[in-house]
Design a protein around this ligand. Structure first.
Ligand code: CP3
Length: 343
């Protein structure tokens, strides 16, 4: 039997709740800044094999976790498509915005070549990491990548992206299809290099107009999963449709996903009753609960998640990424509670 706690969950062994954290490798660990300083910009950092390895392992130095997530960024696909991706210190990501209707690059992006450092770092990490730890590969979902590529930056409402959907529907679908094939390819190389699980982040799926949810959120994920399975990639796949409300039920039945990551607003009792029972759940502690020094209801909340999910396969996690303000001691407290919990 596989020794990895998270992978065991998908092999029918379910005696302990595994735990890891979204954005566990980032800026809440002071040492991250020392590693980050070794490259001039964030893209170069994400292309430096040694630094990818070092930052992927960093959280395991601090915490007793069941997984490491490969250090990269969802915007590396737009970068590979020559969208001039850069990260400004106080502004977040910037890209050259796509003009609706403009020609979409089709076949000339060699994902395998562009992600050589990522591939090599996974090969090396899979040898390095203890056998009990799962290594997670990931990508952004096509819709979320399209949001950044059209808007050219983060946004509170992604109005230009939504406008493009209404004005240039066929073009938009062509973009989603092109992105879907790149996402599938990026996930494929990560699995082939040794990733034990894959995760697809749809961080802006809450922006999709409801009548387009199928074509923007469900079909692309279904296509990606089918594509990977047809290439005999059998690792479990986690989907993260962020803040989509009851649409998550449809997503759970129609994508063939193995696990759904829930954001912190989801009512777990409702989720447990409505989400396809064959699917594992990941989540969904509010990462803000890890910021205050005396987070009063932290323990109660962690126990409540464990209690509600006691009859279901659960990967304990936060409902969105850890922010730079999250306290290391709070993260440790959560891990202790989960480890000591007798289900
Ligand atoms: O611990 C990990 O999970 C590390 C790997 C990782 C990063 N980004 C590193 C990163 C992962 C899984 C991501 C995913 C990601 N990137 C998402 C999906 C998850 C989510 O938060 O919804 C999104 C939307 C992005 C895009 C992105 N990358 C933004 C908006 C920003 C800037 C603002 C921010 O939240 O940090 C980034 C930069 C980024 N990606 C940093 C890190 C550690 C910070 C870069 C730095 O200044 O050093």
């Amino acid at each position: 039997m596989n020794e990895k706690l998270i992978n065991n969950l998908f092999n029918g062994v379910n005696d302990r709740v595994p735990i890891w954290f979204l954005r566990q490798a980032g800026r809440h660990i002071p040492e991250y800044y020392d590693i980050r300083k070794k490259e001039k910009d964030f893209i170069s950092f994400c292309l430096n094999k040694d630094l990818i390895i070092e930052s992927t392992k960093l959280p395991l130095k601090y915490y007793d976790l069941d997984a490491a997530i490969i250090f990269s960024d969802i915007l590396m696909i737009p970068w590979a498509m020559d969208r001039n991706v850069r990260f400004n210190k106080n502004f977040g990501p910037l890209l050259d915005p796509m003009i609706p209707g403009e020609t979409i690059i089709k076949k000339n992006v060699s994902v395998r070549e562009k992600f050589e450092p990522l591939y090599k770092s996974i090969l090396s990490l899979r040898n390095d990491l203890p056998k009990s730890k799962s290594l997670i590969g990931f990508a952004g979902a096509p819709w979320t990548l399209a949001c950044y590529m059209i808007e050219g930056k983060g946004s509170k409402d992604f109005i230009n992206t939504r406008k493009a959907l209404w004005s240039h529907f066929n073009w938009f679908m062509e973009l989603i299809e092109t992105l879907s094939s790149y996402v599938a390819e990026k996930l494929e190389i990560q699995a082939k290099a040794g990733a034990d699980l894959l995760m697809v982040f749809d961080s802006w799926s809450n922006m999709i107009p409801n009548n387009y949810f199928d074509v923007c959120a469900i079909n692309p994920i279904a296509y990606i999963i089918k594509n990977l399975r047809s290439k005999n990639i059998q690792v479990p796949i986690i989907g993260f449709p962020f803040k989509v409300g009851s649409s998550i039920v449809k997503y759970s039945y129609e994508t063939q996903i193995d696990c759904i990551a829930l954001d912190w607003t989801v009512d777990l009792n409702w989720a447990n009753n409505n989400i396809n029972k064959n699917i594992a759940i990941q989540g969904n502690l509010d990462p803000a609960s890890l910021i205050p020094i005396n987070s009063t209801h932290l323990k109660k909340n962690v126990l409540s998640i464990l209690e509600i999910m006691k009859d279901r396969r659960l990967i304990f996690n936060v409902g969105h990424g850890l922010t730079p303000e999250c306290k290391i001691d709070n993260v440790k407290t959560v891990i202790d509670i989960v480890r000591n919990h007798k289900g």
